[in-house]
Design a binder for this molecule. Sequence first.
Ligand code: ADP
Ligand SMILES: Cc1ncc(COP(=O)(O)OP(=O)(O)O)c(N)n1
Length: 278
Amino acid sequence: MGSVNRTPQVVTIAGSDSGGGAGMQADLKTFQARHVFGMNIVVALTAQNTYGVQASLPIPTYFIDAQFQSLDADFAIKAAKTGMLADSEHVEAVVHNLQQVDFGPLIVDPVMVAKGGATLLEPEAVATIKSKLLPLADVVTPNLPEAEIIVGRPIKTNADTITAAQTIQQLGVKNVIIKGGHRSEDEQAADYILLEDGSSFWLSAPRIATANTHGTGDTFSACIAAELAKGQPLKSAIVTAKAFLQGAISQGIFVGHGHGPTNHWAKLSDKVRMSETR
Ligand SMILES: Nc1ncnc2c1ncn2[C@@H]1O[C@H](COP(=O)(O)OP(=O)(O)O)[C@@H](O)[C@H]1O
Ligand SMILES: Cc1ncc(COP(=O)(O)OP(=O)(O)O)c(N)n1
């Protein structure tokens, strides 16, 4: 059945957001919007809405194994991303399974704490992510607080961001993107990208004044995975992801009563700028 596997196929290995704005739901909506076939391996369930996370439940690890085996037995997966991984036991289970399969380039979004403050990764699991998951990853996409936890020091300036990206790359991950969404005092939402060949650049777009940023990190990393699965080079996949996200935030939809989600139907924004320095 030679024609069966021509559609780019991508998997998210992540937590479920019952509210549909973040987690694997944001990933799957992104995959659909970017015209790739999306699949999911559930690591944890959350009871969540735009107010925050009310409860979470990691699933038994034998069932993570079962999901990996089901997908590996049938699909030709061309890229994978991770999101909420809950705790060290679940990170270990995902690492073990990733070592058994070839799902293409791996994007690790090291999700730790939801914007509302709920823990999505037990602190003890950070060491497991650093030592076991990052060496398998092609790209890691920490936000600023996550990058600070990974490197173990504050990141206040652009110079701190650059040094932190270099420190993270030394953990064994090829390409590092430190997202600047949390630097709310900046007029631009600027992300720093350090590539495998040592080149680097900043990717900026005007910061949008909105409460609707639920799931931004998930959507960004999912879009990179989708574009890589379609065969785009990494640098252009990252630029497309930034343009997709800028569109998704700026052309907002309004559901729920708290921090709402972004709009995965939005058009790509033309407001993204690349520069060597800031
Ligand atoms: N208010 C905003 N306006 C424009 N871009 C934003 C805004 N908030 C976040 N971003 C962008 O969204 C992406 C995700 O970043 P961030 O929100 O920091 O991730 P996370 O959801 O993991 O905390 C980055 O490209 C960041 O620059
Ligand atoms: C199940 C689940 N996974 C990840 C997140 C985090 O989403 P993120 O885009 O990093 O930020 P917030 O949506 O929390 O603002 C989540 N909330 N739930």
